[in-house]
Design a protein around this ligand. Structure first.
Ligand code: DGY
Length: 309
């Protein structure tokens, strides 16, 4: 904010919910730059309401909330915040993997309910990761950062992604482990933990549906830190209830902040409130990158992280 304030006049929305579409349309009219969040729908109507707009800077790596193509047609640059959130998101993904396979959240709930009767040999047994297969759907930066952490937990990594990935994400980072390249069907039927790291597009909407869930191992866990609509939540509730998979850990939902009611009553699912990038360091870096993009475009320079140039 302070960097933007030095160079621009700011109209700051301070509500704690997403701005109403009518208010957004009203306030964006004369603006040259728009900094928005993944909860703001920047559709054709919003874009057309702002004839002077030159940049839409999303504070998120995902930009499915923006009509990027229409912005391109109108000559408006759209930017996102990749890289700066990769490590935080990969850490959180592993937090979810450990928490669901070792029943940490379920155990916490039990203790708080006063139901813990003491240590027992067969009490709340989870599942070990060592020697198991981690299936990664989506091998972009975050998928690769998740893969890079797998050797620490003794997991073998597989993916169905055919995009080439780098041997090392950061110069100082670890080398990627050996990653088996398999078909999507082999990935979903053989993985013990399946973690999703694809952007939300027409193709990835409900990529994980009832058919896929029914083909997964009964002992498998599903983890989603990408976008909610990639998983059919009603189908997931059914699969968890019927024991078709062992558990799921979600950070994202089809209609945030709503969570499908079938999931709310289940013990074998962790429901996190879209927190994967939520560290002080990462959220500060995301905001800073968005500000840099705005300042560069308004000064006539190339933005650092455009998605539609
Ligand atoms: C993103 O950036 O797309 C995440 O969902 C929020 O950090």
């Amino acid at each position: 904010m302070s960097r933007l304030r030095e160079a621009c006049e700011i109209d700051l929305y301070t509500g704690d919910r997403a701005i109403a579409r009518s208010e957004l349309i009203d306030r964006v009219r004369e603006k040259q730059g728009l900094v928005c969040l993944l909860t703001d729908q920047i559709d054709r109507g919003v874009i057309d309401a702002a004839p002077s707009l030159r940049i839409i800077a999303n504070i998120a790596v995902g930009y499915n909330n923006i009509d990027v193509e229409h912005a391109r047609v109108r000559g408006i640059v759209v930017t996102n915040t990749p890289d700066v959130l990769t490590e935080a998101t990969a850490d959180f993904t592993w937090g979810l993997i450990l928490a669901i396979t070792r029943r940490i959240v379920e155990g916490d709930r039990l203790v708080r309910r006063g139901e813990w009767k003491g240590w027992a040999l067969d009490f709340m047994l989870g599942s070990e990761l060592r020697g198991k297969r981690l299936g990664i759907i989506g091998m972009g930066r975050i998928g690769q950062a998740v893969a890079a952490r797998a050797p620490a937990f003794g997991m073998a990594v597989a993916t169905s992604s055919d995009r080439p990935f780098t041997a090392r994400l950061r110069p100082e980072g670890p080398d990627l482990p050996k990653i088996a390249s398999v078909s999507f069907d082999e990935l979903i039927t053989t993985s013990h933990v399946l973690t999703i790291h694809v952007p939300l597009t027409g193709e990835t909407t409900h990529l994980i549906d009832a058919r896929v869930l029914a083909r997964m191992r009964r002992s498998a866990y599903l983890v989603n830190t990408s976008r909610g609509p990639v998983v059919d939540e009603a189908a997931l509730g059914w699969a968890l209830r019927e024991g078709l998979i062992a558990g799921a850990a979600l950070d994202v939902y089809e209609r945030e902040p709503e969570v499908h009611r079938d999931l709310l009553g289940l013990e074998n699912v962790i429901l996190a409130p879209h927190l994967a990038s939520a560290t002080i360091e990462t959220r500060t870096a995301m905001a800073d990158l968005a500000a840099t993009n705005v300042l560069r475009v308004l000064a006539g320079d190339q933005p650092l992280t455009p998605v539609n140039l």
